[in-house]
Design a protein around this ligand. Structure first.
Ligand SMILES: C[S@@+](CC[C@H](N)C(=O)[O-])C[C@H]1O[C@@H](n2cnc3c(N)ncnc32)[C@H](O)[C@@H]1O
Length: 430
């Protein structure tokens, strides 16, 4: 018998919110317990609950007199799963309620069956609270520390950023230029009845009108195309590697940008893909293998090059730094509940350490591209401003798409892309 999808969803949200586990780690293991369409439904419910968590919590507080604690916490998340389905999905209310109530059994919360049933039925009759009376975290479904930071960074458009984070993200494709031009691949998509609605003029990234199963993409198994957001695809274009150069991608896993660089410039002298996390480095190897590409992979710490570096400087370095991920919340809503303001401070220090260290690995005249999937100034333009102020050999190279002088800040949903930051630096002979 297939497992109850609502029970799995409650378990997944409990693991993320209460145990601090990442959605990307939890969900696939739970999806493996169910079949076909149910996998998609489980994903939809888990993403939805994590997107709307404060609002769902607010509703449940109105309906349950005594909060469910301790061993009953999983039932608390089951209630949120129920409310989410009724409020935000097209599942008929009666089915959402009965399936959710039935989940109390596999969750060993059968004694709470009547309570879950009563709460969901009361919710169907509940008059919604007026928006103005809600606190900002409930109104915008983000943690208050993050809203505060956004208001300070983007006084004009912080609300637009929060709204963009709530949207379901589009699917972008990267065409392997070793196989097809973007135009040719677009024709193949058309023949497969897959419609596109935008092509980025700089990177050639293709945005699909609506997401499809990767196995339906022409040539996916043959490595002719990969799935990668339009913002992430700017990296290879901006780094602009040339034949016979030595390249370092020093935070490479899972390897999306390493592979893109290799597809774009097949005749490099060398490509070194470094990552501190050995398990994640295996994903770089898998991606290289799928695309029939070669790179030297090293498990090592970019802030300690003395341990792994052979002393030969690189022509170009991509530093896709460990970051808060605040630009990709629409793809990873769990980020909102896993990150804290203190994490940001630690990340800023780590980014600075890596930047300082890998700079000495760059040849004079060489280029370093600093990238994050963050939208917080301290990880982005302030980090780079600090670096160029303290490093006389560092010189900023303007990025044509940017309207500001210190790098290029892409906010979520600008041209439908993820939030990202890029700064391009040249090492002069100072
Ligand atoms: C933003 S992800 C990189 C994404 C990758 N560039 C891509 O396009 O697929 C950041 C990576 O940095 C790695 N990392 C974190 N700290 C590191 C360090 N000190 N040295 C090297 N890699 C590190 C993480 O394991 C993670 O894989």
């Amino acid at each position: 018998m297939s497992a109850n999808v609502r029970a799995l969803a409650a378990k997944c949200c409990f693991a993320v919110v209460d145990k601090g586990r990442s959605l990307a780690d939890e969900l696939p293991a739970l999806q493996s317990k169910i079949e076909g369409k149910d996998k998609g439904l489980l994903q939809e419910i888990c993403y939805g609950v994590l997107r709307y968590l404060p609002e769902l919590e607010h509703i449940s507080r109105q309906l349950i007199a005594k909060p469910l604690k301790g061993k009953q916490r999983v039932a608390h998340f089951l209630v949120l799963v129920g409310i989410y389905q009724i409020k935000y999905t097209r599942i008929p209310d009666h089915a959402a309620v009965s399936e959710t109530v039935a989940a109390t059994k596999p969750l060993k919360q059968f004694h709470l069956k009547a309570l879950v049933n009563g709460v969901l039925r009361s919710f169907q009759r509940l008059t919604p609270t007026s928006e103005e009376s809600l606190s900002e975290p409930v109104q915008f479904n983000h943690p208050s520390w993050f809203i505060k930071k956004l208001k300070a960074a983007y006084p004009q458009n912080w609300q637009a950023v929060l709204n963009a984070n709530m949207a379901k993200p589009p699917m972008w494709l990267r065409v392997n230029s070793q196989h097809h031009s973007v135009e040719k691949y677009q024709q193949l998509l058309e023949q497969a009845d897959i419609t596109t609605d935008y092509i980025d003029p700089h990177s050639g990234a293709i945005k699909l009108s609506s997401p499809v199963d990767v196995n339906d993409l022409p040539g996916f198994a043959l490595g002719q195309v990969s799935v990668q957001d339009g913002a992430a695809q700017q990296a290879a274009h901006l780094l602009d590697c040339q034949p016979n150069e030595h390249i370092l991608d020093c935070c490479a896993a899972p390897g999306g940008k390493t592979c893109h660089i290799l597809e774009q410039t097949p005749n490099l002298a060398s490509m070194t893909a470094l990552d501190v996390d050995e398990t994640r480095l295996d994903r770089v190897k898998d991606n290289l293998a799928r695309l029939h590409l070669t790179a030297k992979t090293i498990a090592g710490d970019a802030s300690k090059p003395e341990v792994w570096w052979n002393g030969e400087q690189f022509d170009r370095i991509l530093l896709d730094a460990p970051c808060s991920g605040t630009g990709v919340i629409r793809r990873h809503p769990d980020i909102k509940w896993l990150r804290t303001a203190q994490d940001i401070e630690k990340l800023v220090v780590l980014q600075q350490q890596i930047l300082n260290k890998v700079w000495s690995l760059l040849k004079p005249g060489g280029t370093l591209l600093y990238a994050t999937c963050s939208i917080l100034p301290e990880e982005n333009y302030q980090q780079i401003q600090h670096f160029i102020d303290s490093e006389p050999s560092a010189e900023l190279i303007p990025i044509s798409q940017s309207s500001t002088s210190i790098g290029w800040q892409i906010l979520p949903d600008m041209q439908s892309m993820d939030g990202f930051y890029y700064a391009k630096l040249r090492k002069n002979n100072h």
